[in-house]
Design a protein around this ligand. Structure first.
Ligand code: AMP
Length: 302
């Protein structure tokens, strides 16, 4: 079966410290969050690497959620590990450690069934690896890119080349400012569009997200007002996975569909932040997803 949507990114064992508590070696990584979020809309193919210590139950959880693992390399050694600590208000995050482990020698290899996929999510990972995935694609997919401040600081040239191959860039407001030097979201989006992607999403954390279209259109999606967030880790990855999963299922990228996709992305990130690590994205019922979508609608309709 040909894979309609593929996702490359990190699979990790995370240690997270937040006001709500601490977890050690919990399953995380950009591709984990993104593929779980996308799995509620389509059957995503996961491209990545884990070590022999990656929990078997998690592989089963991926399969149970309908995620294809034929692009997942399982190699001798330790899985990528990352540690982060949140400030008391959850508005800042400090990276405590990054251990590349099996990532150090990772070279993504797309199974044949992945090579003509129509929707490609290059979730947060070293930009050269994101290029390597695109180099193996034969068709002309819709390419979505997510990144992080680390790559803007250390791999800017590769990232800029990647932007020229990107249809939709998803960044947070800090990344948008770092890439363009612009404080205003509108000015930053326009500059980003000149760098390659015709479509840009700027995420504003608890203030929602802005979508900028190729003809000057703008859509503003709200965020839900939560009184308690447990763990913001992976919110951006869940957003990207949910957004592209929805587009892949709709087989459309027109602006009306993109607007709904931004809300579905927001729905998925709202589930991700309610529990530690990726557990908030496991085994969600369709009725819970639909109710959440309607909550988003009802807080902003007038
Ligand atoms: P986010 O909260 O969207 O920034 O995503 C957090 C996830 O990114 C965590 O689960 C980490 O394992 C993963 N992560 C952290 N640093 C990196 C990195 N340098 N490359 C790839 N993934 C990373």
């Amino acid at each position: 079966m040909n894979m309609d949507m593929i996702i490359v990114g990190s699979l990790a064992l995370d240690t997270i410290e937040a006001p709500a508590g601490r977890v050690e070696n919990a399953v995380g990584g950009s591709a984990t969050y993104a593929s779980l979020a996308a799995s509620y809309f389509t059957t995503p193919g996961l491209v990545g690497v884990v070590g022999s210590d990656f929990p078997e139950e998690q592989k089963q959880a991926f399969r149970k959620n309908g995620i294809d693992l034929s692009g997942l390399q399982i190699v001798e050694g330790k899985t990528f590990r990352w540690g982060g600590r949140y400030s008391p208000q959850l508005d800042q995050r400090e990276t405590l450690f990054t251990e590349l482990n099996v990532f150090e020698s990772f070279s993504p290899e797309l199974p044949e069934a992945y090579q003509n996929s129509k929707y490609v999510l290059l979730a947060n990972i070293q930009p050269d690896l994101q290029h390597q995935v695109l180099d193996q694609i034969t068709g002309e997919p819709f390419v979505v890119v997510d990144t992080m401040n680390l790559w803007i600081n250390t791999a800017l040239e590769s990232l800029k080349r990647l932007l020229r191959r990107t249809h939709l860039l998803i960044v947070n407001d800090e990344e948008a400012q770092m890439l363009t030097g612009e404080m205003s979201h509108g000015a930053a989006a326009r500059k980003l569009q000149h760098m390659g992607p015709k479509l840009v999403v700027i995420k504003k954390g608890q203030h929602g997200a802005l979508l900028f279209g190729s003809k000057g259109e703008v859509f503003s999606a709200p965020a839900l007002v939560f009184s308690r967030v447990t763990d913001p880790t992976g919110a951006g990855d869940a957003f990207a996975g949910g957004m592209l999963g929805y587009l892949a299922n709709e087989q459309s990228t027109d602006f009306a569909t993109l607007r709904r996709a931004v809300v579905w992305g927001s729905v998925m990130s709202s589930f991700a932040i309610q529990k530690f690590s990726a557990t908030g994205l496991l085994q969600l019922k369709q009725s819970a997803l639909d109710n959440r979508y309607h909550e988003f609608k009802s807080i902003s309709i007038f």
